[in-house]
Every structure is written in structure tokens, then in C-alpha cells.
Ligand binder design. Structure first.
Ligand SMILES: NC(=O)c1ccc[n+]([C@@H]2O[C@H](COP(=O)([O-])OP(=O)(O)OC[C@H]3O[C@@H](n4cnc5c(N)ncnc54)[C@H](O)[C@@H]3O)[C@@H](O)[C@H]2O)c1
Ligand SMILES: [Zn+2]
Length: 461
């Protein structure tokens, strides 16, 4: 009570593309009386019954809404059981002081006396804290719903953060294994029953590495895979988790900036074939993603550049200068932004495509360079082209100043041929993600070929 649910609830519903339902309002509509009147006339016990019936009805609806349930509603064991079965329960954290301030003058039946209010708060605290997730604000709520935890030092607390008590097998790239492997094993303790090392970088994403992992794993269905590393390790580790025993739970611990703001979020996993990147994969949402921005301290400059390009992309999509924030906040905001999009469109049927802003150009340049160009460099240039064809010259200049990408040294014809073949197109004209303005993406835009070609050419030395 007084945590701010009625303000945050509708905002969260909008971020997640769901409807919002308040159980109190359902009761009020059904009875034609306010909660205060029901308490006064029929008494609390009668209200709790009405509340329970309304909560169970709302929880039976599909698709699930964002549901506001008063703290007292958790007093019902039936409601708690149903919540556990069919919903994700988020505890909106507050202090008794903050909560009292919000409700003191509200006239709510259980908020008339400060002492009683405190007693009730203390009494219910354990129930609140048993919720599956907790948050203080909107981004926190989105992250909790997506299973993403972001905090400095989190890597030493993975034991608490990775859910369940089952066994864990760790998959780490050879380099990250020496940097962080032991810390993660120490934090997970006796749960760790196996450790597997994969090559660093894109080479990990091969059928051969996946096959080696499948054969080496000993986890049963209740076991879990923890993948520790950059996007390459997470992609192969997640793919193996998605396929081993027809799917075991997994928890990525992204250790590059790119993986913390992008690859570690959203449940896409993949390996490469000789025919192309990411051609075999699965959607497999992590049980928990543990993001610790402090582990970025050892990241080489070129890897930081990769992540910064995606971070700037996210800022453009969100319409906010995320690059001005301090690093933990940057990571948190990017992770929350991508989480919300992926929760709205988990299987990439629609709006998730916006995350490809700049990527049609970027992929063409990477291909034409024979993959000698870094992804971040290509994305930085791709963003410039996407902004220019969007008519946002000012934003293009800003991105140029932020990322300073040198022009690409590739063959123009090769790049153009690669762009025309991009698998994200529909075989006819390339489709692009443009911005009407920062924060307002448009997906699936077809432009005149010569406009696209000119924009691509402008990126090449
Ligand atoms: N699944 C998705 O949604 C998604 C999204 C974007 C990108 N990706 C994939 O991610 C891959 C790229 O991942 P990446 O850019 O994170 O790089 P990466 O995993 O290839 O790692 C790059 C290098 O950084 C090193 N490294 C990692 N963490 C480090 C640390 N904390 N300190 C020092 N060195 C560290 C690694 O050992 C490696 O040498 C690509 O294969 C791409 O397709 C996937
Ligand atoms: Zn990218």
C-alpha cells in the first residue's frame, strides 16, 4: 500500500504492450461501491473474499495483463498459489516512510493511523519479499520481468541471483575463463558440477563447438547452464541450452559491453554455418541474466567501441542521450529498453526489427570487408547512413562526433551486392529501419535504390 502501484502499473503495461487491470477497481465495478465503503459496510473479511474472487478471475484471463494487486490480497493462500502458477509477481519496493506519505491523506481504510500502518507493513513484509522479483521504478520493473539483474559486483553474487538449487554447468570462453571463471565458480559454490571452455570470439559459434558441449554436458533436466562471456559465448551457450534435452534453463553472464546492452538480452541464441552467420538458432529466454558493469574494466578498447555503437543505437531508438549517463546507468537503461521490446515481441515478428537500425548498411560493409571490420565500426557507419536517409543530418553529425568511425576501406560493388542480398530483406528491395525522429523508429521502409546506394557509398573511403 502506497508503493506507487497505481502510477507505475499503467506505465509498465504500456512498456510491455499489455492492458492494465486493478483488482480493487474490478471489485468496485462489481459491487458498485468503493473499497472504503466496502470496508465500512461489509467489513474487511467480506472485502477480502470479493478481492480474492476478482484476483482469480483476472488471473484466469489470457493474455495476462499487468495486474495491480493490493498487499492484503497476498493474504489469500489460493491467490498466492495461482500467482505462482500463472503470473510473474513483482514486489514494488518502498519504505514505510515513503508509503505513509503517499497514503496518509488518502482516506484508505488501513491507512488511518501511522502506528497501525507500520505494524501492517512489518507484518506483510515477508509476503512482499517472497515475490518472484522486486523493483523500485519502471526500468527496474521491466528488467525484473525480463529476468535481468544489473548491478556492480553482481558477479560475486551469482549464487543468490541464479534461481533454483539445481546443478550448474559453466560455459566460458578461454579468455574470460581465466579472468572471471573462478570468481563465478566460487559464487555458485557446490552447485557447479562442470566447467567447459570454448574458443574466444566468433569461432565459438560453430556446430563443432556445440557438438562438443552437447557431448560433455552431464546436466539433467533440472540442471542449468551458466554462460560467461561476450555475445559469442552466450550465443553458443544459449543455443546448447535450448537444444540439450530439448531445452534446459540457462543464465547468461555477459562480460562485454555489447553483450550487456544487447546480446545478453532478449533470448535469441545462435551458431554460424559456413554459409552465413546465425543461420541455426533458437529463441530461449534466460532464467536470469546477471549483468555486472564492473567486469568491463578489462575490456580492450576495440570491444568497448563495439558496445558503444549498440548503446548509441539504443539511445537513438529510445530518444534519449543514454551516452551521457554513467556506465552502470547506461547499461541498465539499454538493457531495460531492449528487454521491453523483446518482451513485447519475443519471436521477432514485428517491432523487434527496430533493433536493426543501421544494421542493413553495417552487414553490407562487414561482408564486403571479409569480416575484417569490427561490428561496432560497421554499426557506427550504418547509423550515420540510416540517419542521413531519414533526413536527420543533425543527429548523424552527433553520432559521428560520439563514435568517430573512420570510413570503410571496402570495394563499393562488393558492399552493394552484399546489401542487396541481406537476408533481412524480402528478396526485392532492401527494407530499412529509419527514424522519423529519435525515439520514433519506422520499420520495413523501402527506399529508392539510388538513395540507399548513395548512403552506402558515403560510408566508403
Ligand atoms: N543473441 C543476440 O541477441 C545477439 C545480439 C548482438 C550480437 N550477438 C552476437 O554477439 C557476438 C559478438 O559478441 P561480443 O561483441 O560480445 O564479443 P565476443 O563474445 O566475440 O568477445 C570478444 C572478445 O572479448 C573478450 N572478452 C569478453 N569479456 C571480456 C572482459 N570482461 N574483459 C576482457 N576481455 C573480454 C573475449 O574473450 C573475446 O576475445 C556476435 O557473434 C553476434 O552475432 C548476438
Ligand atoms: Zn549489432
Amino acid at each position: 500500500m502506497g508503493a506507487g502501484k497505481s502510477t507505475l502499473g499503467p506505465e509498465l503495461a504500456e512498456r510491455l504492450g499489455r492492458s492494465f487491470v486493478s483488482v480493487d477497481e474490478v471489485v468496485e465495478e462489481r459491487t458498485g461501491a468503493s473499497v472504503a465503503e466496502l470496508f465500512a459496510v461489509r467489513g474487511e473479511a467480506a472485502f477480502r473474499e470479493l478481492e480474492e474472487r476478482a484476483a482469480l478471475d483476472v488471473l484466469a484471463r489470457r493474455p495476462l495483463s499487468v495486474i495491480e494487486l493490493g498487499g492484503g490480497g497476498l493474504g489469500s493462500a489460493t491467490t498466492r498459489e495461482r500467482l505462482e502458477e500463472s503470473a510473474f509477481t513483482l514486489h514494488l519496493e518502498t519504505t514505510p516512510e515513503e508509503a505513509w506519505e503517499r497514503v496518509a491523506s488518502s482516506g484508505r481504510p488501513l491507512a488511518r493511523d501511522r502506528g497501525q500502518f507500520q505494524a501492517l507493513f512489518d507484518e506483510r513484509r515477508a509476503l512482499y519479499e517472497s515475490a518472484a522479483g522486486s523493483a523500485r521504478n519502471l526500468d527496474g520493473a521491466v528488467l525484473a520481468a525480463a529476468g535481468v539483474h544489473v548491478s556492480g559486483g553482481a558477479i560475486d553474487r551469482v549464487g543468490e541471483l541464479v534461481p533454483g538449487e539445481g546443478t550448474v554447468e559453466l560455459v566460458a570462453d578461454e579468455h574470460v575463463e581465466t579472468l572471471l571463471g573462478q570468481r563465478v565458480r566460487d559464487a555458485l559454490g557446490a552447485r557447479v558440477t562442470g566447467s567447459h571452455v570454448v574458443p574466444a570470439g566468433e569461432r565459438a559459434k560453430s556446430v563443432a563447438v556445440a557438438e562438443r558441449l552437447w557431448s560433455a554436458l552431464r546436466a539433467g533436466r533440472s540442471g542449468m547452464i551458466v554462460a560467461l562471456g561476450g555475445g559469442s559465448t552466450l550465443d553458443v551457450g544459449g543455443f546448447v541450452a535450448a537444444t540439450y534435452l530439448r531445452g534446459v534453463p540457462w543464465a547468461p553472464i555477459p562480460t562485454t559491453l555489447l553483450a550487456q546492452v544487447d546480446a545478453g538480452i532478449g533470448g535469441k541464441t545462435a551458431i554460424d554455418l559456413p554459409e552465413g552467420k546465425n543461420l541455426v538458432g533458437a529463441f530461449h529466454w534466460p532464467a536470469r541474466t546477471v549483468v555486472d558493469p564492473e567486469v568491463l574494466a578489462t575490456l580492450p578498447a576495440a570491444e568497448v567501441e563495439n558496445g558503444r555503437a549498440e548503446m548509441v543505437k539504443t539511445g537513438l531508438l529510445a530518444g534519449e542521450p543514454l551516452w551521457e549517463l554513467e556506465i552502470t546507468e547506461q547499461v541498465r537503461r539499454c538493457a531495460a529498453f531492449k528487454s521491453a521490446i523483446c518482451l513485447r515481441d519475443p519471436h521477432d515478428h514485428g517491432e523487434r526489427a527496430q533493433l536493426n537500425l543501421g544494421h542493413t548498411f553495417a552487414h553490407a560493409l562487414e561482408t564486403a570487408s571479409g569480416y575484417s571490420m569490427s561490428h561496432g565500426h560497421a554499426v557506427a557507419l550504418g547509423l550515420l547512413a540510416a540517419l542521413r536517409v531519414s533526413g536527420l543530418e543533425g543527429d548523424a553529425r552527433l553520432v559521428d562526433e560520439l563514435l568517430r568511425p573512420p570510413l570503410a576501406r571496402v570495394d563499393r560493388e562488393d558492399a552493394w551486392a552484399a546489401l542487396a542480398r541481406d537476408k533481412k530483406g524480402d528478396g526485392r528491395r532492401p527494407t530499412l529501419v529509419l527514424l522519423e525522429a529519435p525515439g520514433k523508429p519506422r520499420i520495413g521502409v523501402e527506399l529508392e535504390l539510388q538513395v540507399v546506394r548513395a548512403a552506402l557509398d558515403s560510408l566508403i573511403a
